[in-house]
Design a protein. Structure first.
Length: 146
């Protein structure tokens, strides 16, 4: 079977995969798994006291990945679980976790912020508009396959 992928889509996929690979390299450089980095980045952005549900919705990691990675971060003394409403557990950085985030996550997030600060407002709108257009159209076409 032959399939000729649109050349722009090939380049889009390459760039998208390159972004994923860069995040993987960043996590590895920081001595973290991809999921641990994503969870700590989510806590940095969302703030302490978030539930695993809030974190997996933000990171788009699956529930099991967030659960197992959070358990490991807890065992490593990076995060603590505290009771929330009902069976809900809230996640808080420990002092060790706060130091880790300040040293390893915050500089990366600041660097990424700088990339967007260097763009114009028009570039911000254009990148978001095109990504949203792609996602909406692709999602619609996939839904029609079901």
């Amino acid at each position: 079977m032959n399939f000729e992928k649109h050349p722009v889509l090939q380049e889009f996929d390459r760039l998208n995969n390159s972004i994923d690979e860069l995040y993987h390299e960043i996590a590895t450089m920081q001595g973290l798994s991809d999921s641990a980095y994503a969870i700590l980045q989510a806590i940095l952005v969302l703030g302490n006291g978030r539930t695993q549900t809030e974190i997996y919705r933000y990171t788009l990691l699956n529930k099991q990945t967030v659960n197992s990675s959070a358990k490991k971060l807890n065992q490593d003394g990076i995060i603590d679980f505290q009771p929330g409403i009902g069976r809900e557990l809230k996640i808080y950085l420990t002092p060790k976790g706060e130091a880790l985030v300040k040293e390893k996550i915050l500089p990366i997030e600041r660097a990424e912020n700088e990339v967007f600060e260097e763009m114009t407002d028009a570039e911000h709108q254009e990148i978001l508009r095109l990504m949203e257009k792609y996602l909406t159209s692709f999602r619609s076409k996939i839904m029609r396959l079901s």
